[in-house]
Design a protein around this ligand. Sequence first.
Ligand code: HH2
Length: 264
Amino acid sequence: MRVMRLMGILNVTPDSFSDGGRHAGVDAARAHAERMVAEGAAWIDVGGESTRPGARTVPVAEELARVLPVVRAVRGLAPVSVDTRRAAVAEAAIDAGATLVNDVSGGADPAMFPLVARAGVGLVIMHSRGEPDTMQGLAAYDDVVGEVWAALDARFDAAVAAGVDPSRILLDPGIGLPKTTAHNLRLLHALAPHARRRPVLVGASRKRFIGELTGQAVAADRVEGSIAVALWARQAGVAVLRVHDVGATARALAVWDAVAGAPA
Ligand code: HH2
């Protein structure tokens, strides 16, 4: 089974590094990135817009001001991914050193796939519906697994048609965005056949459905539940896991891998 790599989450939104873009925020972001890399992150995912259902849409200028100084500050530590739905932000982040675009809208901006193709960088295509501030009412599916993967395959084909290198595309079912707990569980349960077909990325870390299952209202408390998903994803053959708690996840995976690799 292929190695699963960890993508460490570096949010530069007001609810995390509140003054992202200013000196203190950049220093804090860099220190956090250094720690995640020391703990085993293979990627640093820099995001300047919260994509949580209900979150406010951020003006492009504000997103750029948050993201660019941080990309520059962390680019020497590990490969940098930029979590954005906007081609203008992705382009500036690529110029600043990002080598992967993590697009939670799956290429809704028509300039995104051509940009990724031109720049020759990697691409995460995530399944989502609507915009963060409008997606809450859109979590209705007849067959969530079939619909999400059919939509992802169509976006994959569109990206390749636009010139993106297919070997540099990761597909992501978009846990929680917008999906109910039941939808998330079905998507996670059905990961393995899709992870065999294409490289898959999963982002379930600290998400609300874990809190619903464990009774934990505070996102930062949901570490054990997040690790349970990490181990499940590992077993399913997922290529990249987007996480907040890099060290705890890496340690759990080291034990899982040792058991899985032991002689029969
Ligand atoms: N989830 C969030 C953000 N970006 N990217 C990918 N590829 N997959 C995900 O599941 C995903 C993502 C969640 O949004 P946010 O509100 O920004 O929370 P956080 O970044 O702390 O997870």
